[in-house]
Structure formats: structure tokens, C-alpha cells
Design a protein around this ligand. Sequence first.
Ligand SMILES: [Zn+2]
Length: 337
Amino acid sequence: MKHLASKIQPPLAIGVDVGGTKVAAGFVDSQGRISGRVRFPTDKSSPKATLDCIAHAVEAVIDRHLASREEIQGVGLGVPGLVDPERGIGIAAVNIGWENVPVKTEMEIRLGLPCFVENDVKAAALGEARYGAGRGRQNLIYLSIGTGIAAGILIGGKIYHGPHGMAGEIGHAVVDPKGPQCKCGARGCLEAIASGPAIAVRAKEKLLAEQGMGGMVLPTLTHPVLYREGNLSAETVFKAAYDKDELAIETLAEVSEYLAFAIQFLALAYDPETIILSGGVAQGGDLLLDLIRSPLTRQADDSWVLGKVYHPEFVQLSALGKDIAVLGAAALVQIYS
Ligand SMILES: [Zn+2]
């Protein structure tokens, strides 16, 4: 850690990833090197407690790095849910219980440093453009596929919000009107079909159907990886697919068709240079990427319209892994201060 710390150079930004389960933070320099990482469980007992918890994480980063406050440009906060970045307000975030929380003002009082607030996925799009697979790109889409699905849209180097701040919330676009119930109230949302939990449900339904049972799934030797870990998760399905389990591959191929629809719409709506996939489901790696690229390549071959936008490298996986959240938050400081 000391070695890493000596490599990063001022001016430094502090990037903070505020999640439903943890607050992660670290120093980021202009080259995207991270140092002084910390991670705390999110205190969700009240909005004030969550803000205190974030401030505590930032102070811990500063203490760990022994940085002077003059070296610090500011603090960027990537927060879940609907955000007003201009006024620095967390308008609505169900998983941390925020409603119209004046995040920027409250954090600046606590820290005495300039603070910048943005929706986490939108901030990550900036992080990719600055440090990741989209380095140097002005027009890109960052598609986060995990427990939820959302896109960060960068147009001309700027995050596009839309008048309601809802631009990119494609997880709740209905892609199958007869599909499964979504927690937003609608039926057949992309998120209800292609999120991590939805992948696990789909695989489980296939297992039950295969066994002709309505109730319990019994261990068999047919799908060893799918059973080994007890509760099915998207990760288990990926592992099984890498082990060439047909049911797992079929599950992912079906889900990938829907993700390919979403990517096609995004591609034709915004004409980006690249679309970068990230989030828990994107941990499916090259196998998932191939399954998503395959219908897109087919469609681009059939249609000159998509063919105009699409090329083999158009859809990529993020190379920044879990660092993207902290890097994206830090990019807010580097771009807006
Ligand atoms: Zn929905």
C-alpha cells in the first residue's frame, strides 16, 4: 500500500462509492491510480447517519494517505437512485432511504472540501471515458447489469440526464409485456428478465421444468455446478456455463437476446462510439459477451441501419472491475472542479 501511495501524484480527488451495503472510497490521481482505499458498511439508520458514515470514510482515506488538504481537489460521490447533480441533492434512493437529501451541502459542511454528487451509473460512464475502455471517447454508453440495470449516457463528453433525470433508466423498459413481474410495478421490464437475480430465477425454473416438478429441486449429477452452492445465483449459472452445462448456456443465451435488444435500441437512439458493459452480470466475461454480440452481429449483417453503427468491438466489457465506482466518482471532481 505504501508503494502504491508513493506513486500517486497530486492533485488528488477522493472518489466515494455509496452503495446499499457498503461505502467504498479512495484517492484517485489524474492517471486513475487509486490509493488509500477504505470500505465501511453503510449506516442506513437515517439519512444523517448515512452522511456521517460517508464523511467518516472520507476522513479515513485522508488519514491513511497522510495527505494535506491543499493536495485535495475535492470529493466526488457516486450515489444510487435519482440525483440532481447541479444542486447536489439525492432526490430518491430506495435502497438507502434517501428522499431529497441535500448531499453536497451536508458533505461540504462535514468535510470542508468541495463535493460533487452524481448518480453512480452516470458517474461510472465518466470514469470509463477518462480511465477505461472508453478512454478519450466523447460519446459512449456505460451499461451496468447487476442487481439492477441502468445506462450512463455520455454525449459530447457530458452526461445526458434528460429533463427528469431519468435518461438511461432502461432497466424498466418493458421488453416482454407478458414477462415476469418487476418490483417497479410493471411486467416484463428488462431488469425483471436480465438482472442477476432474474438470471438465477430463470435457471431455477428450467431446472424445475426439466425435472417435471413443481416444488423442490433435488440434487442430480446432471448439473453439478448448479447444485453445488445451494442457492442459485447468476454467478453459479456463469460457472455452470463455463463448465459447458447446457441448461446454464441456454439460460444465458435467452437473457442475452434481451440484452442485445436493449443495446440495439441504445445504439440506434444515441449512436455512441462504444457501449461498455459492467456490473455483476458483466462478470460473466467473454462467454456472456459472445452471447450478446452474436445476435447483434446477425442483426447488423441483416440490416444496413444497425450495420452503420455496429462493428465487432462496439460492445466491450469494462476492464476497470470494481474500481469503476470509485474512479467514476473521482472523475466528477476532475471534470467539474
Ligand atoms: Zn420495472
